[in-house]
Every structure is written in C-alpha cells, then in structure tokens.
Design a binder for this molecule. Structure first.
Ligand SMILES: [Zn+2]
Ligand SMILES: [Zn+2]
Length: 259
C-alpha cells in the first residue's frame, strides 16, 4: 500500500472560503498521524476575487504551528492562473517566503471553471483541449512547485452531464504533462472528489497512465481540504488508484521545502 503521510494543499481562515485556523488544522493532522501539512491559501486576481489575505498574521501562525504540534508545517499559496497576472503573482511570491507555490487553472474564457457557463455553447471536447492548453501555458510561464487538481475541469463536465470524448483531448493532455515533466513540477493527484458518487475516476486513471507514459514520476496526493474534517480525505482510495496506474510511491518532500 502506498503511504501518504502529508497533505500539502489545504486552506485555512486565511482563504475566503475556509474557516478553520491553522492551529485547528494542525491538531487534526497530528491526531491523524500525518507527518506534514501545508496551508496553501488562495491568491487570485480575476475581478471580484481576493488576493492572499493578511500574509503577516498568516506567517505568525505558521511559526506558532511549527513550534507547537510536532508536525512539518509548510507555508504555501495556491495561485489562480498566475501566468495571466504575472507581475502581481511574481510580486507576491517574491515578497513572502512561501515554501510551496501551487498553480491552478481556475479560469478559462474568463469564466470560473467550477461554473457551468464555461461549457455553454461550446463543444465539451474543445473545452477540455483549451483547459489543458491553458494549463500548459501556466506551467511554461510561471515558476511553480506543484500543479493542483489538473483534472478539475472534469468535475463540471460530470456534474452537468456534458458528454465528452477523453481521447479527443488526449494530445492536449499529454502535451500539458510533457510540460510538467520538462519543468520538473510535481503533479498533484487531488483526492477531493474521488470518493464522490459522481466521479470521473476511470478517466483520471487513464490520464495518470498517460502521465507515466510521458515520463511523469513526480506525484503527490493532497485533499484540498477547506476544513479540519476534510484533511486526508479519500487518501486510501487515492493510494489504490495510484498503484493501479503503476506508481509505487508518492514523491518525497523537496529538500528546499524542508529548510
Ligand atoms: Zn483550486
Ligand atoms: Zn485549493
């Protein structure tokens, strides 16, 4: 069984859509026997979105957590489409000493990808191809440690029953994976939805196999937890799926994160 001992993509009250404090999150992570956790708060620049909130207080809490819970506690940020806001995103990561910089494609055609409108009046296969082209552009144009939830576009497709042909997007998906491998970035296997009744696990498995075909070795499982109850969510399912896709372990922590 593949061991997953860290959860490096979670949100606390420093993200607008989460409420639990870093301390509460650490307490829970320690109870669960995890060895490390990262608080990767949202930073967005599209209109009506919020940038990283109160970084000063955030780093004070990180220091407090490091001293009190016997856990490896990493600071981090989840950057939404940072390649589209390069100067703002660079200013943020150059100003604050984040251990882990996660990049996420949250936006496509100026629409949030969690929103149904992203598929409106478009061929679903085209949306998938455009999403992975956007992901590739992000990876090639902004320095990142990890790419989050590369499969998140499938959530909206499945929730709204937009039917697509995965093979029609294969080339774009493989091309994005090649870029991730070439840049030496870690691919995140986001476990948030893999235990849901509506899931796309079969396609996810196929894509993980494509990632391996393209030379992808670096992979980590994260919950994208927005509260203490979601830390490590679905990790046993993720471990099983990773093994099925031919992985023998998750990537060890970067030495640079441990300093
Ligand atoms: Zn995200
Ligand atoms: Zn997130």
């Amino acid at each position: 069984m593949i061991k997953i001992k860290t959860d490096l993509h979670t949100h606390t009250n420093y993200s607008w859509d989460a409420r639990d404090t870093p301390q509460a999150m650490c307490r829970r992570a320690a109870e669960m026997g995890l060895s490390g956790i990262a608080f990767t708060e949202h930073a967005e620049w599209f209109p009506q979105q919020k940038g990283f909130e109160e970084p000063h207080a955030y780093f004070e809490d990180i220091a407090h957590c490091r001293a009190n819970f016997g856990l490896q506690v990493f600071s981090g940020v989840e950057l939404g489409n940072p390649h589209r806001f390069e100067s703002e995103a660079r200013a943020l990561v150059e100003t604050y000493p984040f251990d882990i910089r996660i990049g996420s494609v949250h936006w496509l055609y100026d629409e949030n990808i969690h929103n149904k409108r992203v598929f409106n009046r478009r061929d679903p296969d085209e949306v998938l191809r455009d999403y992975f082209a956007e992901l590739e552009e992000m990876v090639n144009n902004f320095p990142l440690d990890m790419v989050a939830h590369f499969d998140r576009i499938f959530m909206r497709a499945h929730y709204s029953r937009f039917s697509y042909d995965l093979l029609a997007a294969e080339e774009a998906i493989r091309s994005a994976f090649q870029a991730i491998v070439a840049q030496g970035i870690v691919l995140e296997f986001n476990s948030k939805h893999i235990g849901d009744k509506t899931n796309w696990n079969e396609d996810l498995l196929t894509m993980l196999e494509w990632y391996r075909d393209e030379g992808g070795e670096r992979i980590m499982v994260n919950s994208d937890s927005h509260g203490t109850g979601q830390i490590g969510r679905n990790f046993p399912i993720a471990a099983q799926m990773l093994a099925q896709a031919g992985f023998s372990h998750v990537t060890p922590l970067e030495p640079a994160w441990l300093m």
